[in-house]
Ligand binder design. Structure first.
Ligand SMILES: Cc1ncc(COP(=O)(O)O)c(C=O)c1O
Length: 393
């Protein structure tokens, strides 16, 4: 199959006139930084997901850092996450001089293996937090994770960077609202975007209060109120050495529009996932994700059955690129990265499921603006490559 049209990018934000107009109106207001629009974004977001508080931040990385700080993580504490994640999830643990304790994944989903998690929490008394990562937008087994965490008084901070707006668990709550805190990303490839940005949600007043302060220099009152409330004075106090993690009104204005479109975006991602599964499931050189309405389908990852094909994953990726299809790999496990490998003397096989899954993974395009024609072309290209390099039984 030949295709003479443009390259299909791996990811693309869905932005329209509404976002443009929202940004222009913020620019014209002259209030560009955190103000009324960011407050409104927080209000609408917390109502959307049904959490008591929402705090807008300039990245999910910032949100994860603030959440760990707010639950009291400090030097020498251990924080569990899986190595099958982006750098952000573990680096924030190191920001606080605490130690990430990696727990391997279920190879089939990429999510933390709750049986290994259970065993690990029984053995180690210094574990103070767990950061489950909802890989590709498919929520982790949160009921089990919460039971394990509660049994040992461990805080749960959900890395919900990929998982919005989807519900899970016996209480059918939004992913990200089940642990003590949850963090969403509005990075440009994510389910909704503000360019860069994030949101922390929590029902806990103490966590909320601490994050609010630490988000902006440890100041006891935010700058906006200081300048707009007529009775407020110029006086402020710094009560802790905080950070500079606030979200601008420019970004929040985009976020408000994207929030309105979130359900539609999810519907289209679901359609694409169903279409890929229908088209690709007859082929035994691939393992596909199981369709689930719980997933946000942030990523669509095909797993190569390497015993059924005569080329490596790298070569398969090259063949897709040659056909004008942008792809990626999620994730190169963190225990294989120089920093973690050196610091903790890890070998690739130390987390066998993460390693195996990584070696066979290819993430293919999935986003609301991807057309059905593109989905068909991408699927057919995968089938053609698989057939060409097929290794029979
Ligand atoms: C699983 C995961 N967690 C956290 C992040 C960090 O998000 P942000 O770029 O908003 O800081 C990412 C970003 O790609 C991610 O994939």
């Amino acid at each position: 199959m030949n295709r003479n049209t443009d390259f299909i990018p791996f990811a693309k934000p869905s932005l329209g006139k509404e976002e443009e107009n929202a940004v222009i109106s913020v620019l014209r207001s002259n209030w560009l930084t955190t103000g009324n629009i960011a407050l409104e974004f927080e209000r609408q977001f917390r109502e959307y997901v049904g959490s008591k508080h929402a705090i807008a931040v300039n990245s999910a990385t910032a949100g994860l850092h603030l959440s760990l700080e707010a639950v009291g993580i400090r030097r020498g504490d251990k924080v569990i996450t899986s190595p099958f994640t982006f750098a952000a999830t573990a680096e924030v643990v190191r920001y606080l001089d605490a130690e990430p304790l990696f727990v391997d994944i279920e190879e089939s989903t990429g999510n933390i293996d709750v049986d290994i998690l259970d065993k690990t929490t029984r053995k180690n008394r210094r574990i103070k937090a767990i950061i489950p990562v909802h890989f590709a937008g498919n929520p982790c087994k949160m009921d089990r994770i919460m039971d394990i965490a509660r049994a040992h008084s461990i805080a749960v901070i959900e890395d919900s960077a990929h998982a919005f707006p989807v519900r899970t668990g016996k209480e059918d709550r939004f992913a990200g609202t089940i642990g003590e805190a949850g963090v969403f990303s509005f990075y440009v490839t994510k389910p909704i975007t503000t360019g860069e940005g994030g949101m922390v949600v929590t029902d806990d007043d103490n966590i909320y209060g601490r994050i609010l302060r630490m988000r902006l220099h440890g100041i006891d009152r935010d700058v906006f109120r200081r300048y707009t409330n007529r009775r407020a004075s110029w006086m402020y106090d710094v009560v802790a050495p905080g950070y500079k993690y606030n979200l601008t009104d420019i970004a929040a204005a985009i976020g408000l529009v994207q929030l309105e479109k979130a359900k539609r975006f999810l519907e289209r991602r679901r359609e694409i996932a169903r279409s890929y599964i229908k088209r690709l499931s007859p082929y035994d050189f691939l393992t596909l994700p199981r369709y689930s309405n719980e997933s946000a389908w942030h990523l669509f990852v095909i797993l190569l059955n390497l015993e059924r094909i005569s080329i490596s994953r790298e070569r398969f990726v090259d063949e897709l690129l040659k056909r004008g299809i942008g792809v990626s790999v999620h994730f190169i496990p963190l225990h294989m990265m120089t920093y973690y490998r050196k610091r903790y003397s890890f070998k690739p096989e130390d987390f066998p499921a993460s390693y195996r899954r990584y070696m066979r993974s290819i993430s293919i395009p999935i986003y609301p603006d991807l057309s059905e024609k593109d989905v068909q072309y991408i699927s057919q290209s995968i089938i053609d490559i698989g057939k060409r390099f097929y290794r029979p039984h």
